[in-house]
Design a protein around this ligand. Structure first.
Ligand SMILES: Cc1cc2nc3c(=O)[nH]c(=O)nc-3n(C[C@H](O)[C@H](O)[C@H](O)COP(=O)(O)O)c2cc1C
Length: 351
C-alpha cells in the first residue's frame, strides 16, 4: 500500500457514525480496535442476550449492521473498505481503508444514518411503489441476502401466527421477561430501549413487549409492508452478512423517506423460526429477520434518536484486550466457525 493511513479523527468519526446502527435491544454488542489503516470488529459477548438470543444469532446480525454502517460512513469520509470477514477466531471483520473519492450516493446513504430510527408505530396503508420495492430488494441482494415481500394472505397469516406464538411463548418465560425488562423502559441509559421509543405490544403481534412503552399509535390498522430477510445458509458468515444486508435495507428505506423496523422475536425460537422458514420463506432459505417498512401517517412527529455508548468504550487501539490485558487463551478459540469466503471491497475496487 503506497498511501497514508487515515488519521485517528477520521477513524473515530467513522466509528461514531457506524455505532448509530440498529442492534438487538440496543445492546450495541460491538468492540472496535484500530491501528494505522487496519480496523478490526469483534463481538462484545458480555452484551449477549442469553435468554432472547441463546444461539448468538442476533449478536452477529447486530455486528453485521454496525459493519455495514461503518463502510457507509467511511465511504462518505473518503475511504473505501476492503473487508476480510471472520479472518481468525474472535475477529468478525478486518478492514483495510483505501483512499476513495466520495460519490453522491455515498454521501446520501451516510446522511440516512442519523435520520434512521426503529419505528414501532403503525404505518399508513399507502403501499410501497414497485420501484421502491425493487430498490429495497436490490440493497439486500448486494449483500448476499434475499428480501422477500410477504404479500399473499396465506404467508402473511403464517407470519402473524408465528409472531403471536413467539410472543405467547416469551410471555410465559420468566427468564426472557426479566432480561427484556432489564434492557427496556430506559430513560437515561446509554444503551437499551428507551421508554419513549417503545409502543404497547397489546394486540400487535410484531411488536415486542418492551417495558414502560410511552409511544402511542394514531392508526387503527398497521399498513406496513412485511418482508423477511433470508440467507441461503445459516453459517456465522451468513448471519454477519444478514446484518449487513439488514443495515443496507433500513438505510435505503430511510433514503426513500420510508419508516422501518427490524423484528427478530419470532425468529428467536426454533418452532416459530421453523414455521417462518417452511411457510413464509420456503425455497429452503434461512430466515434471519423480519423487516417492517412503510410510510408514516401524515403529520406523524419524528422519533427521538436512541442513545449510544461513548466512543471511548467501543473503540480502542489494536493489540489491547479489555483494559490492556493480553487475550486469554480460551478467548482465542473460535466462537465463529467461518462459513466461507468473506472478502469484499466496498465501494472502490483498488485490490
Ligand atoms: C438483530 C436485531 C433484532 C432486533 N429485534 C427487534 C425486535 O424484535 N423488535 C423491535 O421492536 N426491535 C428490534 N430491533 C431494533 C432494535 O431494538 C433497535 O435497533 C435498537 O433499540 C436501537 O434503536 P434504533 O434502531 O432506533 O437506533 C432489532 C434490531 C436488531 C439489529
Amino acid at each position: 500500500m503506497d498511501h497514508d493511513p487515515p488519521d485517528t479523527y477520521t477513524v473515530k468519526a467513522a466509528v461514531a457514525l457506524a455505532v448509530r446502527a440498529p442492534s438487538v435491544h440496543n445492546s450495541q454488542p460491538w468492540d472496535w480496535r484500530f491501528s494505522g489503516r487496519t480496523i478490526e470488529l469483534r463481538a462484545d459477548t458480555n452484551r449477549r442476550l442469553w435468554q432472547a438470543d441463546p444461539e448468538g444469532r442476533d449478536l452477529l446480525i447486530s455486528c453485521g449492521c454496525v459493519l455495514h454502517h461503518f463502510t457507509v460512513a467511511a465511504a462518505a469520509l473518503g475511504w473505501a473498505t476492503h473487508i476480510d470477514r471472520l479472518p481468525e477466531p474472535d475477529v468478525l471483520a478486518r478492514i483495510d481503508l483505501v483512499p476513495h473519492e466520495p460519490r453522491e450516493e455515498d454521501i446520501a446513504l451516510a446522511t440516512a444514518i442519523s435520520r434512521r430510527r426503529s419505528d414501532r408505530r403503525r404505518y399508513a396503508t399507502r403501499p410501497l411503489a414497485a420501484w421502491e420495492q425493487n430498490r429495497l430488494v436490490r440493497s439486500a441482494t448486494d449483500h448476499d441476502a434475499m428480501l422477500r415481500f410477504v404479500t399473499d394472505a396465506p404467508r402473511r397469516s403464517a407470519l402473524t401466527a408465528a409472531a403471536v406464538e413467539a410472543q405467547g411463548l416469551h410471555r410465559a418465560d420468566p427468564g426472557y421477561g426479566i432480561e427484556l425488562a432489564s434492557w427496556s423502559g430506559r430513560r437515561y441509559a446509554a444503551d437499551g430501549v428507551p421508554a419513549r421509543n417503545a409502543v404497547l405490544a397489546t394486540a400487535a403481534p410484531l411488536v415486542r413487549d418492551f417495558s414502560d412503552a410511552l409511544l402511542t399509535d394514531t392508526e387503527a390498522q398497521d399498513g406496513a409492508a412485511l418482508t423477511v430477510l433470508a440467507t441461503v445458509e445459516d453459517t456465522s458468515l451468513d448471519r454477519l452478512r444478514a446484518g449487513e444486508a439488514a443495515s443496507a435495507v433500513v438505510l435505503t428505506a430511510t433514503r426513500l423517506n420510508l419508516a422501518s423496523c427490524l423484528v427478530t422475536e419470532p425468529l428467536e425460537l426454533p418452532s416459530t423460526r421453523g414455521l417462518i422458514r417452511d411457510c413464509v420463506v420456503a425455497e429452503g432459505a434461512e430466515p434471519q429477520l423480519v423487516v417492517r417498512i412503510g410510510h408514516l401517517p401524515e403529520g406523524t412527529p419524528p422519533l427521538p434518536a436512541t442513545p449510544r455508548r461513548p466512543i471511548a468504550e467501543v473503540l480502542r487501539p489494536l493489540g489491547h484486550y479489555g483494559i490492556g490485558l493480553p487475550i486469554p487463551v480460551q478467548q482465542r478459540e473460535s466462537r465463529y466457525p467461518a462459513g466461507g469466503a468473506g472478502r469484499t471491497v466496498n465501494p472502490g475496487s483498488t485490490s
